[in-house]
Design a protein around this ligand. Structure first.
Ligand code: 13P
Ligand code: ZN
Length: 289
């Protein structure tokens, strides 16, 4: 079966297009990875490792980190320097399928990037996250990075503190703590594209589904494309509301209070982490405890 005709590939390409149309992927900004199921790899096996019309040769290359948990697995990943905008019209030039070797330190390109190129520069972060997620829940397969405007803007004005950042986002939409009851992680500015930021991000992903990279963007993860895209969309929407509120005032007149959040737990079958439901000082400004 052609890779382009599979359901997982179509979901992957659609998500890239949707993300671009949201305005979260200027130029080559953002990257997406998907840990393929064994049956999906089997469906396209006869299309993998053919290099007749491709600039690729299938040589093993260094990942730049070690992910022994993912040895022998197959992934669909966006290419480095490729534009999300171009994925839907020309997936084979902008996306690839890679295989991780038996040691978890090397990969090879088995399909795609036919005009040349390599997987995203954030491959270490994607694979380290996917390894952590596989341990958390074997059905979590998607890791997504983009540059959502309002989330990035908030990293200039809110303290880079997971508890404060999460609480301010929670207060902007009742659905937030239902969608991500474990809150969001926040990393300070770090050099992107390497092992160090990958390790820091995956450390957060052990418990949380969303991590903010200050002054850069965000990472979201999930079981499938809908859930992962929906998470990014939910956080970015709440961030937009917060930016609007902060444009009007530095203090809210009224808001969702901790005891109101707690009422959501039972009916929505969630357990909102109490870490984020701290009592605020009366009259506190937005971003203050
Ligand atoms: P890539 O083009 O290498 O995927 O990089 C884009 C990006 O957003 C880096 O953080
Ligand atoms: Zn980025």
């Amino acid at each position: 079966m052609r890779v382009e005709d599979t359901k997982f590939a179509q979901g992957f390409f659609r998500m890239c297009g949707d993300s671009f149309r949201q305005g979260w992927n200027e130029r080559n900004g953002g990257n997406l990875s998907y840990r393929m199921k064994a049956e999906e790899a089997a469906l396209v096996r006869d299309r993998l490792g053919r290099y007749e019309d491709s600039a690729q040769d299938g040589a093993w290359q260094e990942i730049g980190t070690a992910v022994p948990e993912l040895a022998g697995e197959y992934f669909m990943v966006t290419g480095s320097g490729k534009y999300f905008r171009n994925v839907e019209p020309d997936p084979a030039s902008n996306v690839c399928i890679i295989e991780v070797d038996e040691t978890g330190t090397k990969f090879r390109i088995l399909w795609g990037l036919v005009s040349g190129g390599r997987p995203t520069s954030e491959l270490p972060t994607h694979l380290l996250n996917l390894a952590v997620l596989k341990k958390r829940d074997a059905d979590m397969r998607v890791v997504y990075h983009c540059h959502p405007t309002n989330v990035i803007a908030l990293t200039y004005v809110l303290p880079l503190d997971s508890e404060i950042f999460t609480r301010e986002i929670f207060e902007m939409a009742t659905e937030c703590p239902i969608v991500f009851p474990e809150g969001i992680g926040v990393l300070p500015w770090m050099l992107c594209g390497g092992r160090e930021i990958g390790e820091a991000t995956s450390e957060q992903m052990k418990k949380q589904d969303f991590v903010v990279w200050a002054h850069h963007g965000a990472f979201a993860c999930g079981h499938d494309f809908d859930e992962t895209f929906g998470l990014m969309h939910t956080v970015e929407k709440a961030a937009e509301v917060l930016i609007k509120v902060m444009s009007i005032t530095d203090r809210k007149r009224q808001t969702i209070e901790p005891e109101m959040f707690r009422k959501l737990n039972g009916p929505f079958h969630v357990s909102i982490n109490e870490r984020f439901l701290y009592e605020k000082t009366p009259g506190a400004r937005i971003g203050e405890r």
